[in-house]
Design a protein around this ligand. Sequence first.
Ligand SMILES: *[C@@H]1O[C@H](CO)[C@@H](O)[C@H](O)[C@H]1NC(C)=O
Length: 275
Amino acid sequence: MGGSKTSLGFLVLLPIVLFSGTSSDAHSLSYNFTIDPRPRDGQPWCEVQGEVDQKVFLSYDCGRAKIKYMSPLGEEVKSMNAWETQTDTLRDTGDLLKKQMPDVTPEKHIDKGSGPLTLQARMACWREDSGHTSASWQFGFNGQLCLLFDSENGYWTMVHSKGRWMKEKWENDRAVTEFFKKVSMGDCQRWFQDFLLSWEKMLKTTASPTTGPSTMQPMAPDSSYIAWIATGVLAGLVIIIVLACIHYKNRRLCSPEALPRKPKLCWLGSFCSSA
Ligand SMILES: *[C@@H]1O[C@H](CO)[C@@H](O)[C@H](O)[C@H]1NC(C)=O
């Protein structure tokens, strides 16, 4: 009977292990810039939305230097040292993007009648499960994604013909390319490291209210480690089921006369024998 108890224990343990693995997946920090050089009705010419794991935590008006905090994480990062330099860098980035706009969008490259022109730029930096960090930029006009920039290797990829002019211009502009690289691989990654500790703490306290935060590890375990545990547990489970099958078959617990007395054990026995 010890065998069935052990396998029951594994069945309970398995979802816990798999579930805990989902919270240690790769995290990301990103900033959406929207540049509108000719804003109407007091709209901002530059707006930035910051997201951690696709959840908005701040909204920043670069022109007026006004910040709105959107979530508990926003409240948390407000008090961090990184904050001051972050707003400066976001403002510099907004300025640079605005200055680039007349160059990257000469009239002949814009569709007639497409309305007022806005530039969207999305900077993202992230940490993969392996601990490897990376970053990228996406650029678009009027909501149409046009151009990608891989900050790690410096490659530009055109995803829409409207991005051709921008690509040709920026590819040959060392200062702009270096700026995009530096902000995404340097600044973004640095803020991210600062935010991540608070963010992971928040994820854990909201995801598992029954478990006190003091009993949790400060950093999420590497998910390859989780995968190994899950594989081990699965293998163990399979072995236990096979052993249980052999055991029940040998004991012939599921012979017709045994059925009324041991209905619970026979369910597993008949499952095995029908397989
Ligand atoms: C940021 O931009 C991406 C793609 O450009 C979009 O999917 C996402 O919804 C945007 N986020 C916000 C908060 O606007």
